[in-house]
Design a protein around this ligand. Structure first.
Ligand code: SAM
Length: 250
């Protein structure tokens, strides 16, 4: 088990809000819901989530047979697509038309442009009252928030004897981008589990003024100086308010 796997397992075992509990809470409020997870890896989240239809997307699943059994037992229908999220959305529109998404977790490639695409594609297939959660939106230090093209590149670029196994990438910029460009989406971040982003359809209370080029030029220092405003950072308990606002639209 790598350092990152250990950190993730520890975080998931601690009490309090995290990406898995946020997803579970959203699903519990729905009848026969459809769940989509982009970026599944070993299935730390996917094996715990109960939904009527579960859809898993990852170009390199690391699921053991036992984990897959546990994951399958928590859904009536389970689909696995061993491909990138871009290819999945390109090729599986018919499946998503049959199964509009109630709740999604976006936790695939940790680059800002990819996360924006993952959210925008998902929104097209999201129920009117559906919700999206995103992992890794609030990096705790500069190295964790460093831009890289993949997990392997992130590790390879560390030159010192101590390798940091926590990579959030610049996912946080996807939040800033969406808050600047999408007047039709409510977007923010819960302050827990390395930042759990939340998205649903609706008119936001506030937006940000940045162009995509300005978002691309932002640095970790900008985030550190102004996290609350840039991310619309909320305490973990805000998840209930967020979900009940969505429930009133049903
Ligand atoms: C942090 S792990 C996901 C962890 C999982 N969601 C959980 O909570 O247990 C990130 C995963 O994203 C996958 N990934 C990388 N590039 C991707 C892409 N373009 N589309 C979808 N998934 C991708 C990786 O293979 C990796 O398994």
């Amino acid at each position: 088990m790598g350092i990152n796997d250990g950190l993730v397992m520890l975080a998931d075992a601690l009490p309090g809000m995290n990406r898995i509990r946020a997803v579970q809470r959203a699903l519990e409020q729905r009848v026969d819901p459809v769940y989509l997870e982009i970026g599944v890896s070993k299935g730390q989240a996917f094996q715990r989530i109960s939904a009527d239809v579960k859809i898993a997307v990852d170009p390199a699943f690391r699921l053991s047979p036992r984990t897959r059994e546990l994951a399958d037992a928590k859904g009536r229908e389970t689909y696995y697509f061993e491909t990138t999220s871009d290819a999945f959305f390109r090729n599986e529109a018919a499946l998503l038309e049959r199964h509009p998404v109630d709740v999604a977790l976006i936790d695939g490639l940790h680059t800002y442009e990819q996360v924006v695409r993952d959210v925008e594609y998902t929104v097209r297939h999201l129920r009117e009252d559906g919700v999206i959660f995103l992992h890794d939106c609030n990096p705790p230090f500069e190295l964790a928030g460093r831009r890289a093209d993949s997990w392997e590149d992130f590790i390879a670029e560390q030159k010192g004897p101590l390798v940091i196994g926590l990579w959030n990438g610049d996912v946080w910029k996807a939040i800033v981008h969406l808050r600047s460009t999408r007047p039709d989406l409510i977007v923010g971040v819960l302050k827990c589990d390395q930042g759990v982003g939340f998205v649903r359809k609706g008119t936001p209370d506030s937006m940000l003024p940045y162009t995509p080029d300005q978002v691309a030029a932002l640095t970790y220092a900008d985030l550190k100086a102004d996290r609350r405003r840039l991310l619309n950072l909320r305490p973990p308990r805000y998840v209930d308010e967020f979900l009940s606002a969505g429930a009133s639209r049903r």
